[in-house]
Design a protein around this ligand. Structure first.
Ligand SMILES: [Zn+2]
Length: 280
């Protein structure tokens, strides 16, 4: 297998990212989705859509932390979309229902055992009786998560996901959660390959990412809820996410297949392809 390239950024070098799925440097700019200075591009070889000039991991750890940007994003939405924002507030009661749904869904997918939450924030996402572990780049949030997780038998590693998962042994986890995470990761394929190593053979990965091929993205254009600059660095379709999962050694199942055309998110589960499955 060809060695996987890890994309790295630093303050001293110009930032130009290659395609995370196929490694090609050739791409075309999608100007209508690229507010200056950000550049959303489409790979010329495989059509994968991504941010060509993302922030560095160091900036993410301190300056571009999720908890800071989410406040800025709330302000942006209030000023740019006042009517929609008010509607959203008026229907906020639904969030409680969504919370219940999410807990129920996680328990259906994972059932029991050691579960790793990548980009775990403050560490409160995984319900009982799951044993929660986490990787979180924000120093502040990872400290909070570590306290919460140790009380339930797990712990949290502070760092970038591709580095943080190296702390764990082979086949350690029964499940791995990538909930609203993979769209933030500048090295999604190397990360999935690393997760394949630490997941046991019966384990499952649950992924939720914005659905770039959703009807709503076509209708809303740049105001689509899946765009977040510069936090979202990958814009997955079912096809590009499925292809990447297969390259990492997984088979995939689309959990919201019935309404995938109108859903703003893709929900997907991955399982390891059985070794020798293609030999028979
Ligand atoms: Zn590509």
């Amino acid at each position: 297998m060809q060695a996987l390239k890890i994309y790295e950024t630093s303050a001293n070098k110009p930032q130009q990212r290659w395609c995370s799925s196929c490694g090609s440097f050739d791409h075309s700019d999608i100007d209508k989705y690229s507010p200056s200075p950000w550049r959303i591009v489409s790979c010329s070889s495989c059509d994968f859509v991504y941010l060509a000039n993302p922030a560095s991991y160091d900036e993410l750890a301190e300056e571009q932390a999720w908890e800071k940007n989410s406040n800025e994003e709330a302000t942006r939405r209030r000023t740019q979309r006042p009517i929609l924002d008010q509607l959203s507030k008026a229907t906020r009661w639904r969030l409680n229902l969504l919370g219940h749904d999410r807990t129920h869904r996680f328990l259906k997918v994972f059932q029991q055992g050691r579960i790793l939450d990548i980009g775990c924030g403050p560490g409160t996402t995984l319900p009982q009786p799951l044993v929660p572990f986490g990787v979180e780049i924000s120093k502040c949030l990872s400290g909070m998560a570590d306290k919460v997780m140790r009380q339930r038998g797990g712990y949290c590693v502070q760092g970038a996901a591709t580095e943080g998962i190296k702390e764990f042994e082979d086949n350690f986890f029964d499940g791995i959660l990538l909930h609203s995470f993979l769209e933030h990761e500048t090295n999604p394929l190397p990360l999935l390959v690393g997760l394949h190593r630490i997941l046991n053979n019966e384990g499952v990965v649950y992924i939720r990412v914005p659905n770039f091929s959703s009807l709503n993205r076509h209708v809303m254009g740049r105001k689509w809820c899946g765009f977040r600059y510069p936090d979202h660095v990958n814009y997955f379709t079912v096809k590009s996410l499925g292809q990447m999962a297969e390259k990492a050694g997984f088979k995939y199942n689309i959990l919201n297949r019935a309404n995938i055309l109108v859903d703003d998110n893709i929900k997907m589960s991955l399982r390891k392809i059985e070794i020798g499955a293609f030999d028979a």
